[in-house]
Design a binder for this molecule. Sequence first.
Ligand code: OFO
Length: 172
Amino acid sequence: MISKKLQEAINKQINNEFYSEYLYLSMAAYFDAENLDGIAHFFYVQTKEENVHAMKLFRFLIEKGGRVKLHAIDAPKSEFKSVIEPFEMSLKHEQHISKCIDDLMDTAIKENDHGVISFLKWFVDEQVEEEATAEKLLYKVKLVKGEGQGLLMLNNELAGYTPKKTGAEEKA
Ligand code: OFO
């Protein structure tokens, strides 16, 4: 059983996660077209991770006896003024998502739903990691001013990027 209020809030977060998937897919397409396939690979991996987040919420809501309601996904930006911009956007976006998760947790606390509170703790921890990764990459791409040999080195570094196993991957 789940309250109407929490059901709505989780459905909203499912949409946020699908939007994140879309946003990173758009960034991956941009870097792919720019022949920066290592950076594109990083964003393709992020894309898959966001789908895992969305589906984790999706499955949990059904398990709690709630109803999933899918909303329209906004179109993300597809052109960027420099290679630095997607990294800036990515950090800003993850900070926004952290705030959304905090708000969702506040609602679960107000509704006194311990099952949801316990479930959401994984997302709280995941957001710390998401922000840290985005912050580190923005720092690096700014350090090399988004160009030249430094950019190629970052591209090569990200070609081998694998996400840390969190346990959510297998379930989704
Ligand atoms: Fe789902 O963590 Fe990023 O947005």
